[in-house]
Design a protein around this ligand. Structure first.
Ligand code: CMC
Length: 385
């Protein structure tokens, strides 16, 4: 009887949509009102008043740091930011051959070789690995950008903050104060977002009592896909291929006829305007005024037509629609956009993995079996039709 009940198709939630599988204090997404909170603070407030290091601490510790805690945390991140020659060699060897997300996945996986505690599942070891990964992520992604362009890898500068250091290592110059604020804000708004696919991947891996390197390697692999983190580079390419607002309508109807999804629109949780996209749109507009091309105007036209057509169905721009214009304007290569997402999301991945591991239960959902229930008669291979 219970077997029949458990296999009832009404229990089926494709993609685990709406299924509650964990409790968390880290962050909350309100999809109907378009609000996002980290530890009780609204994303808009953090974007305006905080910085990435503070937000990272908030996600990990459930509270904003006092001055002493803040300085200690920043110092620890700076001390652990350097990557070894071997990691640099791996990045240089793979550069130009595969997508930067594949290089990132491999480099992060390799980090475990250099950590004596790599196979430990004790919480203190997981925390140390997590902090080290948060510290090294910008260094690795920046090194990928440099190696992909055939340039020398730049070491972290301890005098710079997380966002500015990342920009400096990747682009070989320092941002102006506005660019620095924009980079920092882009990292803040991407830092955590409920049990999204990549975070869930990390949590599934950690729930097996595997180590943090394995969890983050899983998360990076999951973020790569176009329905998740991979949408940002595709959204920018789409806008570039449109080129100008006059071409938007034709391109969108072609995409509609071909059943193609418009990248940077729609969300599993938000059925209203994504609050992160609202924050980033202002920065995209700032760059739009300074760019020679019509990228921002093209984006505005795309947003207008998409909302007219799909708004009633709850499809609005998501965070990936405007982030690409910003990263492109700052000078990053298009294929680095998803790795930049990882530089930000590493704090959410680590925080949620640690939170789950501290009250662990192995993830193990079920599938409704819809195949033949048999028992079928086994026919030897030579006798099969
Ligand atoms: N363009 C056109 N149609 C869409 C889109 C889109 N971007 N998004 C959803 N739809 C349609 C979809 O075709 C479906 O139509 P129908 O009911 O006629 O078959 C309906 O809306 C519902 O789609 P769904 O796939 O069931 O909805 P979902 O909640 O699973 O979708 C999503 C979420 C993000 C996978 C989807 O909106 C999508 O594919 N968007 C494009 C990719 C993208 O921008 N991803 C980034 C998400 S935000 C950042 C992140 O978390 O990584």
């Amino acid at each position: 009887m219970s077997d029949v009940k458990n296999n009832n198709e009404s229990d089926l939630r494709k993609g685990l949509e709406g299924v509650i599988a964990a409790e968390t204090k880290i962050g909350y997404v309100n999809g109907t009102e378009g609000k996002l909170f980290y530890g009780g603070y609204e994303i808009q407030t953090l974007a305006e008043q905080s910085n990435y290091e503070e937000v990272s601490y908030l996600l990990l510790h459930g509270k904003l740091p006092d001055r002493n805690e803040y300085e200690k945390y920043c110092k620890a991140l700076k001390e652990k930011a350097t990557i070894s020659k071997n990691v640099e060699k791996i990045i240089e060897e793979m550069a130009g051959k595969v997508h930067p997300m594949s290089i990132l996945r491999t480099a992060v996986s390799y980090l475990s070789v250099e950590d004596k505690r790599e196979s430990e599942s004790a919480l203190d070891a997981q925390k140390e690995m997590g902090e080290s990964l948060i510290a090294k992520m910008p260094t690795i992604v920046a090194a990928i950008q440099r190696a992909d362009q055939g340039k020398d890898i730049i070491k972290p500068d301890p005098d710079l903050n997380y966002a500015t250091n990342f920009y400096h290592m990747a682009l070989g110059k320092n941002p102006d104060p506005i660019e620095s604020k924009i980079m920092d804000t882009a990292l803040i708004v991407h830092a955590d977002h409920g049990m999204n696919a990549s975070t869930f991947s990390a949590m599934v891996t950690i729930s097996t009592m595997a180590d943090m390197y394995s969890a983050i390697t899983s998360a990076i692999s999951t973020l790569k896909g176009p329905l998740h983190g991979g949408a940002n580079e595709r959204a920018l390419k789409m806008l570039q291929s449109m080129g100008s607002p006059e071409n938007v309508e034709k391109k969108l109807s072609e995409m509609h006829e071909n059943g193609e999804r418009v990248m940077g629109f729609g969300h599993r949780v938000y059925k209203v305007y994504d609050p992160r996209a609202k924050i980033l749109k202002k920065f995209a507009e700032y760059f739009g005024d300074r760019r020679k091309d019509k990228l921002f105007a093209t984006a505005m036209k795309t947003e207008e037509l998409m909302i007219n057509k799909y708004g009633e169905r709850g499809i609005f721009p998501n965070v990936d629609f405007y982030s690409g214009i910003i990263y492109d304007s700052l000078g990053f290569s298009t294929d680095l956009f998803t790795p930049i997402f990882a530089v930000a999301r590493i704090s959410g991945w680590v925080a949620r993995s640690l939170e789950y591991a501290s009250n662990n239960r192995l993830f193990r959902p079920k599938a409704n079996y819809i195949g033949d229930r048999g028992p079928l008669k086994y026919v030897a291979i030579q006798d099969r039709e």
